[in-house]
Design a protein around this ligand. Sequence first.
Ligand code: GRF
Length: 208
Amino acid sequence: MVKIGILVSGRGSNMVSIIRACNEGKIDGEVVTVISDNPDAPALAKAHSLGVEAVYIDPSPGKVVLKGEGERRYIEHLKSRNVDLVCLAGFMRIVKSGLLKEFRGRIMNIHPSLLPSFPGLEAQKQAIDYGVRFSGCTVHFVDESVDGGPVILQAVVPVFQNDTPESLAERILKEEHRIYPEAIQLFAQGKLEIKGRKVFIKEEAWKR
Ligand code: GRF
């Protein structure tokens, strides 16, 4: 059973989908802790109501990047819970050297675009403004870059001419809730292998 730690900042709908997938046996794992860098994140109450430990941990001094004392507090807490896999789920801070060194190849993120298109903030608005016909979401391992680590799974959705960032976000979110638990289960089953910037999936369906 993989021990999962989830880092959140806000709503926590991906966090809920991961906790539910664990409870339903779709992931061979358990969410052992949820950490928020925002004391008012709705995700904290949602995790509590699902019976999962959820704590606010002061991320300062970093405003954008998790670093220094803040980073040390996060690492200590994750290690104290024997976390194997760290899942960023709407965590609004950039993760850098310290956490990466401690959990290399064991930190995942979900991003609401088909990376490498539209990294960073407001990915759905970026897609609409660019005029693409398709967008989607990406689960990837986290490395030093912003939204640039090795891709694990992606899902595609159409972009319609009358879409707003909100309507597109809603369509993408449904896919996020499907592929994030899937990617975690592949990790839990030891089926993911990182080779350079690629992820190979040791599963019959993917051996094409
Ligand atoms: C999601 O769209 C995710 O892709 C992005 O932040 C949003 C978080 O939503 N990284 P939620 O907190 O999981 O509901």
